[in-house]
Design a protein. Structure first.
Length: 386
């Protein structure tokens, strides 16, 4: 079902009001049933995000299962004349550069299809069921809790409605197999607004591996975010034996953190090495006697044998010390025990620590003293059979 976004702040509201006062009345978009405008005003110059309709959706704290950095991909689309389908899953916000025209028009940072037409002179308009589609492979299979269809910078050329369907298929199917698959509705056909974050909560709790995004009848979508809980193939994890129990791609997740000011703590458990300072977890500078921390849920109940704490690209702002505690959910909620004692960290370095004893854990808490950046956290171990 659609999730209502928060009201725009005063700056956004003032910008929209000023713009509305300087354009003809016919250019002002009609109001939707809930009172919000379905279209955005034409771009009037300046900050292209000034009148963007943001949304605060509860499910966005969960992992983006379609994240390109996790291996998500847009496998096929029926049309991408104006803008490539691959843009849908780029991790950064969509950009808009005015008057950057190519041979096919304004170069847009999203997926944009051509305008659909009817069957002939007597029926110039597309039929009600005519639509464009894109096939998406999730970076990690999982249970979807919510979807964000972002139409940033698509103002008069966004779709009128969208729909999202899901399927669970083994292995690595190609477009042909996906087109022949049995699809289940995930987000029913629903209206969307232009130049806005359109959020949809998902009630289904089935595990899915692929999505089919439809837009009716045509138009442009900047980004697709698919938030949920990772559910990798348990047979694959069992075959691996020893692996990173905290990794997002294996089902690990950040449950809570003391601070997310500069960047998300979920960055610490993304695949690969960090590529820049903003690619890790960085908190603000503390001005009290406390310390910062992150609590994670592991891929399952397991045993950690080795720990890597990477401060890559954090030179003058790395955490000074770190400690790691674990908890087994079969014990009490406050039954935390020490895994790694408070340990001095070096800037821009990988710290590899062997654990002297193996003890079952389901959750860990990383404490950093007093504050500072951590690029990656790796917890190498194996799942228990019980």
């Amino acid at each position: 079902m659609p999730v209502s976004p928060t009201d725009p702040d005063s700056t956004t509201g003032n910008a929209a009001a000023i713009a509305a006062a300087t354009v003809p009345a016919a250019a002002v978009p009609a109001a939707a049933a809930d009172g919000t405008a379905t279209e955005a005003l034409p771009y009037a110059g300046g900050n292209p995000y000034a009148d963007y309709r943001h949304g605060e959706f509860p499910f966005t704290a969960l992992t983006d299962l379609a994240d390109r950095r996790l291996g998500g991909a847009v496998l096929a689309a029926n049309d991408e004349l104006f803008a490539e389908r691959e843009n849908l899953l780029l991790p950064e916000p969509a950009e808009f550069r005015p008057h950057t025209f190519g041979n096919k028009g304004q170069i847009m940072d999203g997926w944009e299809t051509r305008r659909r037409r009817g069957t002939g002179t007597a029926r110039p308009h597309p039929a009600a069921e005519d639509h464009d589609w894109a096939l998406i492979r999730l970076g990690v299979p999982g249970v979807v809790h919510g979807v964000v269809v972002d139409t940033a910078h698509f103002r008069g050329n966004h779709p009128r409605e969208i729909a999202v369907e899901a399927a669970e298929l083994p292995g690595t199917p190609g477009p042909e197999e996906l087109l022949a698959a049995d699809w289940e509705p995930l987000v029913p056909r629903s209206p969307v607004r232009g130049h806005a974050a359109n959020g949809f909560a998902v009630a289904s709790r089935r595990r899915v591996t692929h999505l089919r995004l439809g837009q009716y009848p045509d138009g442009g979508i900047a980004r697709l975010r698919v938030h949920g809980e990772a559910r990798p193939d348990p047979a694959w994890l069992a075959a691996l034996g020893t692996f990173d129990l905290a990794a997002l791609e294996h089902g690990g997740a950040v449950e809570d953190a003391s601070d997310r000011f500069f960047s998300s703590p979920a960055n610490m458990i993304m695949p690969g090495r960090s590529r820049a300072m903003g690619d890790g977890w960085e908190n603000r500078r503390r001005r009290d006697e406390g310390h910062d921390w992150v609590r994670l849920r592991l891929a399952g109940r397991g045993v950690i044998r080795a720990v890597e704490i990477d401060t890559g690209y954090y030179v003058g702002n790395a955490a000074g010390w770190a400690a790691l505690h674990g908890r087994d959910e079969r014990g009490g909620p406050d039954d935390w025990f020490e895994l790694v004692p408070r340990t001095r960290l070096q800037p821009d370095a990988v710290h590899r620590l062997l654990l002297p004893a193996a003890r079952p854990v389901t959750h860990v808490r990383l404490d950093v003293f007093p504050d500072g950046g951590i690029a990656r956290l790796r917890l190498h171990g194996s799942l228990l059979d019980d």
